[in-house]
Write a protein that binds this ligand. Structure first.
Ligand code: ADP
Length: 273
């Protein structure tokens, strides 16, 4: 046995001095009680991660659960816009109050704290990661059954902070057919494995376009390869969402709560069992 360096992370011996791996989990405000925390991840921006996050929160809310969205995508925050929220969050001595959507979903996003919602966030990684942590620790979320976290794309500093600081119960991977899907899925799955967080399913967004005249489906970005990839990783492919201009329009107009499509219904019901 080599001499002990007291660095348990680089040693596999199971000696009496061995220390438990350090937990970076942050405690929320004492008045916050969240049932399940579900992260929504993607390999790159623009694939519909915020769309899926918002729709899952809407479905949970419609099913009678208290739902919330934590927008951890600090440099590309699109949650307030999708819900038509153009106000500033208010604070009390105890913390920041979430902004509540017309149907009652609690949200927090950097855009709800900026003086001007078109101002860019030009911050370094650790500052961004700190803001995400504060959305968990300093927001007075109250009682929430399902919190959906719109994670920043990729596997960088900020997603890592979310994985380490928030008690994620699982993640949902959102992809689109034009991505390098197999690599993106493999990376997301490996990251989740390293963090001991289960992958609940993959959603393929912008999967096809259905012709409004003849009903024929067209694979605009090419045929999907996701069935094989999902099977290879033993993860369910839980939904395929079409490219739907109406969906984009409603999200752009802040009317995401008025989207009625069946694409995510089965998955949402499964999540909320
Ligand atoms: P991400 O969070 O991955 O960056 P968004 O959810 O913000 O992506 O979506 C990017 C853009 O694509 C938005 O304008 C959104 O309204 C639009 N969009 C997303 N999904 C669809 C879809 N299935 N059909 C049409 N437009 C979509």
């Amino acid at each position: 046995m080599s001499e002990c360096t007291h660095d348990c992370s680089s040693c596999s011996q199971n000696c009496g001095e061995r220390q438990q791996p350090q937990s970076f989990l942050e405690a929320p405000h004492p008045t916050t009680h969240v049932g399940k925390v579900i992260g929504v991840v993607s390999g790159k921006g623009g694939v519909g991660k915020s769309m899926v996050t918002s729709l899952l929160a809407v479905l949970a809310n419609r099913a009678g659960y208290r739902s919330a969205v934590l927008d951890a995508d600090i440099t590309g925050p699109s949650i307030p816009k999708a819900f038509g929220l153009h106000v500033n969050a208010e604070g009390t001595e105890d913390g920041i109050l979430p902004v509540v959507t017309p149907s009652g979903i609690k949200t927090m996003s950097i855009n709800l704290l900026m003086e001007n919602e078109t101002d860019p966030v030009v911050w370094r990684g650790p500052v961004i990661a700190g803001a995400v942590k504060q959305f968990w620790t300093d927001v007075l979320w109250g009682d929430v059954d399902y919190m959906f976290v719109d994670m920043p794309p990729g596997t960088g500093d900020v997603p890592l902070t979310v994985f380490q600081s928030l008690p994620l119960d699982g993640i949902v991977i959102v992809t689109s057919p034009q991505e390098l899907v197999s690599m993106i899925v493999a990376k997301a799955v490996k990251m989740a494995e390293m963090m001991n967080v289960p992958v609940l399913g993959i959603v393929e967004n912008m999967s096809y376009f259905e012709c409004p005249d003849c009903g024929k489906r067209h694979a605009i970005y090419g045929e999907s390869k996701l069935d094989d990839i999902a099977a290879a990783h033993n993860i369910p492919l839980v939904a395929r969402m079409p490219i739907d201009p109406k969906l984009a329009e409603l999200a752009d107009d802040g009317e995401i709560e008025n989207v009625y499509g069946e694409w995510l219904d089965a998955f949402a019901a499964e999540l909320m069992k």
